[in-house]
Design a protein around this ligand. Sequence first.
Ligand code: HEC
Length: 628
Amino acid sequence: MMFKAGRLAVLSGFAALALAAGLNAATPTRIKSTEDLQSRAGPTIDPETAPGRAIFERACAMCHLGGVPKAPSPGFLAMLAPDAIVSAMTTGVMRQQSASLSAAEKIQVAEYLTRTPYASYQRPAPPPRCKGAAAKFDMTDVPAAIGWGHDNRRFVPTEIAGLAKADVPKLKLKWAFAYPAATHIRSQPTVAWGTLFVGSQDGTVYAFDPDTGCTKWTNRLSAEVRTAIVADAASKRLYFGDLLGKVHALDAMTGKELWAAKMSDHADATITGTPTLGGGQLFVPVSSLEVVQAGNPAYPCCTFRGSVVAVDPATGTEKWRAYTAGQPVPQGKTTDGTQILGPSGAPVWNSPTYDAATNRVYFGSGENYSSPADDGSDAVFAVDAATGKRLWNTQLTVGDAWNVGCMMGLGSCPKEGGPDYDVAASPMLVDTATGAKMIVVGQKSGQAWGLDPETGKVKWMTRLGHGGTQGGVHFGMSAEGTRVFVPINDMADTGDARLYDPALRGAGLHALDATNGNIVWQAKAENKCEGRKFCDPGISAAVTSIPGVVFGGHLDGMLRAYDADSGAVLWQYDTNQPMPAIGGQTAKGGSMSGPGAAVWKGKVFVNSGYGMYSHSPGNALMVFEAAK
Ligand code: HEC
């Protein structure tokens, strides 16, 4: 135990940081030193000498170092806020396991795990509460089935958007909110019942008045909210996934938690794609950060495999589970003599697409983590929504096994050695000129694909960029009618010794015809980084469209509105700056990545700040409205 835990202390320096960097469909690329990975700002605790270390080894390690599958690994615990760990030990799920510890010892454990001196951690100041009419919910504003969690085309029709193309150039910042203790934001805002719902890095979910930014309620849960908030019109519940692999259901009117359920037995499981509501079920995509564990040459990689779980939205009870990769079994040893287990990986990073007409669910997978690569990686799946039975799967890149060991040049790197080309963005079910539907998917390789929904057969493929471990296509595309909008990131990253052909560079926004994949227009992004650190011109974040306009947040912090007919920039705003925020605070924008904009009744809601993977940190929720 001592040796193992000692090893952990050294390893978790990297693993915790890599995890703090919030490994996603993207895997770290240009990371040359741990300084490139920013997690929580401020002073840090030395894990080697921290008094909490011995307490953790005595009271927690037997479960949290792999002894109990459901216990999150220390890399995950490192990403929680220190007070969230103390409250888990005091009043939360770990109160029994921590009963023998004094209040001071609990703080020491939290300091050791998070590397954060407890006294230096500012408890979030409560945002102002709404009074009078602003505190009420508008029950006539019934949430439409649009956006992640309902319809992955991310298209907002006129009656909900309430924003004409002609008014887009008049958009002005109306109010901003500074998420406390945050360096990045992964939760996409949702507006329903006249209320703006969004989650944050410290696990708080907010119900804001969209006009003024006061709060109707807030509820702080233990771990980062990593998905969009899904509003269920019928039951008035909100659903979302968190860092520790749990899905939560809250009462939208009060914020009270109705249920929470862990979606995997694996210690490294996490939820990244938004759970999708359809046909009376909630389809939850399960991803994991186990890919990082292979950065430890002694770690037997890997045992996680991706899945989509159908659960009962009323209770969180599992009904079926559809796996991507095959069952991991022993596969020989690495050059370090460590057991290899495979096939593994093929996490599902994206929000599944439900089709009521055929009662089918579509989703895409990432790379295998270990050898052998199988047919479950970098693939698109169609399953029966009633049973989870696989109807077809189409693999877009064959033989892709990769883990963090490859980045570090370790023996744990599988012989396939990548290229880590996840089907990162959600498959979209799009109309075509023939009247037939097309499954349109985007891949980190920089390719967009059109697949026959019946058979999975590839109808077309269009290359739009050179791709990379952070895309290519990363978080999400959008579609208006038969037109598909494809954001391309294409960082010029060479940190993992892979060179991408600059002639193929496509950083920016592209419009395709879903019928045949033909390019309609291309708007390559201007590079305004001028040597700035953590700055890239491309689009990693999901894009959102309204009639005639596409909103795309760029990694350099620029939020742009593109003309859907021509690709011309109609309006832009540099979010990468400090700004006055609700409650006399100052919010700071940064890189834009992960989720995209929400548009509702003339307002545009976006997050800015993505302090991981060589991107700029920030903590801003921004609300724009057209000046009258
Ligand atoms: C007997 C095994 C066991 C021991 C001992 C144990 N844990 Fe846990 N821990 C778990 C499991 C299992 C979970 C996941 C529970 C769940 O998600 O419902 C967990 C979850 C957690 C969480 C996440 C809480 C949340 O709100 O989701 C924290 C933080 C944590 N443990 C800290 C600790 C600390 C600190 C110690 C030592 C004082 C400790 N644990 C000891 C098994 C254990």
